[in-house]
Design a protein around this ligand. Structure first.
Ligand code: RFL
Ligand code: PHB
Length: 393
């Protein structure tokens, strides 16, 4: 088999790349190791920057997102028992939208299969070859048959645990990493949101976040230990902890209880590899970088990488040479590092580290107070949260 671009992974990065290339008349094959049901039901990110919404809308996959997504113009920071609103839209002119990552994936999968473009689920033993030549290839097994896919370029969109990054010889990449001494316990509950806007709470007992998926579905997170045993968390314990951490001093807890539909623990890590390229292999999204979820940047960064990569691939196929592909890694990394910085900063601002150090607590609260009390402080948070501009160049 032959195609122009071989795409490994059908997450937001791989599926969006396939979609943008298809619209530009460039052929691709998307290979995914999991089943379609698994990909469409895996609950992960939920908050889309305006730039992410814009690219989905402009390329014809935004209809359901506009019908079902919840548009937000602000968020709340809660600390020392009080709430402070950051008016994102009046500060930046931009808005964010709550729409589950798996819903974005359903829309992209439907568009791709509707267009008859190749997307294979449940592929096994994926391996990359001849990355330093002009004729790279991907071998894999699908429905019991061994396959070879010859391509011009390979896009490594297979997430943090994928094989693409690992296929690059030792010594080529430099990795930068920070592992945090905590994790998030997340639940999805059949309950109305705690509040119409997200609440990010800093509390002595640990961070908590109240977000949502719809008017009747809440998504709630609690800071916990990295090795946390879910079995130790009864429903009652989860709700009690959410009430305690999200409570307002005078108004009490805004959290509304409901049946817990799903629960899980997510490790927290910052990770970047440089460069995001080896020969004809280009890494994008979580395959190249991970952020802690506090800044809601992971999926949005994957989308931004893909916009840069798709633009460079179009230039390549229009006969403009390798110039923009050569520049891809540096261009993507400039934005990646700003999102890394923001995610690390939001994480440091809102979590408790190593029990409760009273000095650290005071400094965190002073910084939160500054952000909420100063136009410059609020703007710093707002412009990063809604997403920094992306120039394709
Ligand atoms: P993905 O989504 O991990 O997709 C990679 C795909 O590749 C497949 N795969 C392979 N396919 C073929 N061959 C192989 N050898 C393969 N190995 C793996 C996998 O099955 C998968 O389908 O990476 P991608 O596309 O780069 O997208 C990244 C995002 O998924 C991720 O950054 C976000 O989910 C992070 N994230 C958030 N991001 C946001 O922008 N906003 C948020 O509000 C937000 N909240 C979150 C999050 C992540 C979370 N978790 C669970 C990690 C909240 C949580 C709790
Ligand atoms: C979510 O809705 O799942 C979500 C929102 C904001 C975050 C992280 C997760 O910072």
């Amino acid at each position: 088999m032959r195609t122009q671009v071989g795409i490994v992974g059908a997450g937001p990065a791989g599926l969006l790349l396939g979609h943008l290339l298809h619209r530009a008349g460039i052929e691709s094959v998307v290979l995914e190791s999991r089943s379609r049901t698994h990909v469409e039901e895996r609950i992960r990110a939920g908050l889309l920057e305006q730039g992410t919404v814009d690219v989905l809308t402009e390329t014809g996959v935004g209809d359901r997102l506009h019908r079902e997504g919840l548009v937000h113009e602000g968020l709340e920071l809660r600390f020392d028992g009080e709430g402070h609103r950051i008016p994102l839209t009046s500060l930046t002119g931009r808005r964010v939208t709550i729409y589950g990552q798996q819903e974005v994936l359903k829309d992209l999968i439907a568009a791709r299969l509707g267009a008859g473009a190749p997307l294979q689920f449940e592929v096994e033993q994926v391996a990359l070859h001849d990355l330093e030549s002009d004729y790279p290839s991907i071998t894999y097994v699908h429905e019991g048959a061994a396959q070879t896919l010859h391509c011009d370029v390979i896009a490594g969109c297979d997430g943090f645990h994928g094989i693409c990054r690992e296929s690059i010889p030792a010594g080529v990449l430099r990795a930068y990493e920070r592992v945090y001494p905590f994790a998030w316990l997340g639940i999805l509950a059949a309950a109305p949101p705690a509040s119409p806007e997200l609440i990010y709470a800093r509390h002595e007992r640990g961070f908590a976040l109240a977000t949502m998926r719809s008017e009747t579905l809440s998504r709630l997170y609690l800071q916990c230990r990295p090795e946390e045993d879910l079995a130790a968390w009864s429903d009652d314990r989860i709700w009690a902890e959410l009430h305690a951490r999200l409570a307002h001093r005078d108004l009490g807890s805004p959290v509304k209880e409901g049946k817990i539909l799903q629960r899980g623990v997510t490790a927290m890590r910052s990770f970047v590899v440089e460069p995001m390229r080896f020969g004809r292999l280009f890494l994008a999204g979580d395959a190249a970088h991970i952020v802690p979820p506090t800044g809601a940047k992971g999926m949005n960064l994957a989308v931004a990488d893909i916009r840069v990569l798709a633009h460079a691939l179009q230039a390549f196929y229009r006969g403009r040479g390798m110039g923009l592909l050569e520049a891809y890694s540096a261009k993507a990394l400039a934005r990646v590092w700003k999102a890394q910085r923001f995610s690390w900063w939001m994480t440091s601002l809102l979590h408790s580290f190593d029990g409760e150090d009273p000095f650290e607590h005071k400094v965190q609260v002073a910084e939160l107070d500054y952000i909420c009390g100063s136009a410059a402080g609020a703007m710093t948070l707002a412009e990063n949260y809604v997403g920094l501009p992306l120039a394709l160049g």
